[in-house]
Design a protein around this ligand. Structure first.
Ligand code: NDP
Length: 315
């Protein structure tokens, strides 16, 4: 298998990866970045991004990522297509296999592989993608001011998203498949006491309808029971909040992850338990999951990589 040695390898091309590449490029680390399965990351699936500082009129998700890509390229980052398929972090230099056919030996590794929102798996979720279906209330909630929306899920994310949306929308339905919420007590209370939120326990969303965007959801109450009831509910927006899956599988034998799979880092830093291996962006962030926070940790990771290489005399 072909082997290539690099000082700084970045895996993933979301805001964290590209920002790490900008900083690492400017610090002369000659970074090599592999874009992964979804070049540009999750933002390439959204329409307008209005909360990334520096764009007073907002910017399209794909355009923002294209700008970040060009900025990284300008400072000499070597941007490549390819997916990391295996990892050996047992000792430095760290070995990453790309597409099962090439090995990169890296003195420092920045893991910025992101996370993917989970969907229910309905055909209609794809049909109405960007037309009323979203998996990020903070990103898209603003488009539903004074409208009616539904959030699916009963965990902390769903409750947080429902409360956030209730600050904007006229009415929020929380669609929960069980007869109870799984969220923390405090979030449950906030949801149950909010006058704009109505919790639909023991409900499943089985489809969406609408002419040129979401106009409603097909619901089943007490699915599979003798008193099962099917009905339609008019909504303008359909938000999924049934969890995220961090893309950390190949690193799990070496790094600590939490029960969901998020890589555990030293608090406030992108340092993992392995010196020279850093995790930035959503793969290590169960809490904020924003483009700007991902970019921030990407910057931190590149600065850490530079300091590590410098201390080892590898620059
Ligand atoms: P969780 O896994 O905690 O909750 C997922 C929710 O989605 C559950 O209610 C689950 O239902 C429901 N769900 C899953 N699959 C389906 C499906 N196919 N159809 C319908 N409903 C479904 O995920 P979260 O993202 O909410 O939270 C992840 C972790 O992050 C948790 O540990 C949480 O506490 C933490 N977190 C903490 C926050 C904070 O402290 N501020 C904020 C957000 C998250 P069921 O219960 O039936 O399985």
């Amino acid at each position: 298998m072909e082997i290539e040695k690099v000082k700084c390898l970045i895996i993933g091309s979301g805001p964290a990866g590209y920002t790490a590449a900008i900083y690492a490029g400017r610090a002369n680390l000659s970074p090599v970045l592999y874009a992964g399965l979804q070049p540009g990351g999750q933002l390439t699936t959204t329409t307008d991004v209005e909360n990334f500082p520096g764009y007073p009129e907002g910017i399209g998700g794909p355009e923002l990522m294209e700008d970040l890509r060009k900025q990284a390229e300008r400072f000499g980052a070597d941007l490549r297509y390819g997916v990391a398929t295996a990892a050996d972090l047992s000792k430095a230099p760290y070995k990453i296999t790309i597409d099962g056919e090439k090995t990169i030996e890296a003195e420092t590794l920045i893991i910025s592989t992101g996370a993917a929102a989970k969907y229910l798996g309905l055909e209609d979720e794809k049909k109405y993608a960007g037309m009323g279906v979203s998996a990020c209330a903070t990103c898209d909630g603003f488009f539903y001011r004074k409208k009616t929306v539904a959030v699916v899920g009963g965990g902390d994310t769903a409750c947080e998203e429902a409360v956030y949306l209730a600050g904007l929308a006229a009415k929020v339905y929380l669609i929960v498949r069980k007869p109870y919420l799984r969220a923390s007590k405090i979030m449950q209370e906030r949801v149950m006491q909010h006058e704009k939120i109505e919790v639909l326990f023991e409900h499943n969303a089985v489809g969406l309808y609408g002419e040129s965007g979401v106009e409603g959801v097909h619901l089943v109450q007490r699915m599979g029971e003798s008193d099962e009831k099917r009905y339609d509910l008019a909504i303008d927006g359909f938000f999924l909040a049934i969890g995220h899956k961090p893309n950390s599988d190949i690193f799990k034998p070496y790094l600590d992850t939490d029960e969901v799979g998020y890589i555990v880092t030293e608090p406030g830093t992108p340092r993992t338990k392995i010196p020279g291996v850093f995790a930035a962006g959503d793969v290590a962030d169960p809490h904020y999951r924003q483009a700007i926070t991902a970019a921030g940790t990407g910057c931190q990771a590149a600065i850490e990589a530079e300091r590590y290489l410098s201390a080892k005399g590898l620059l």
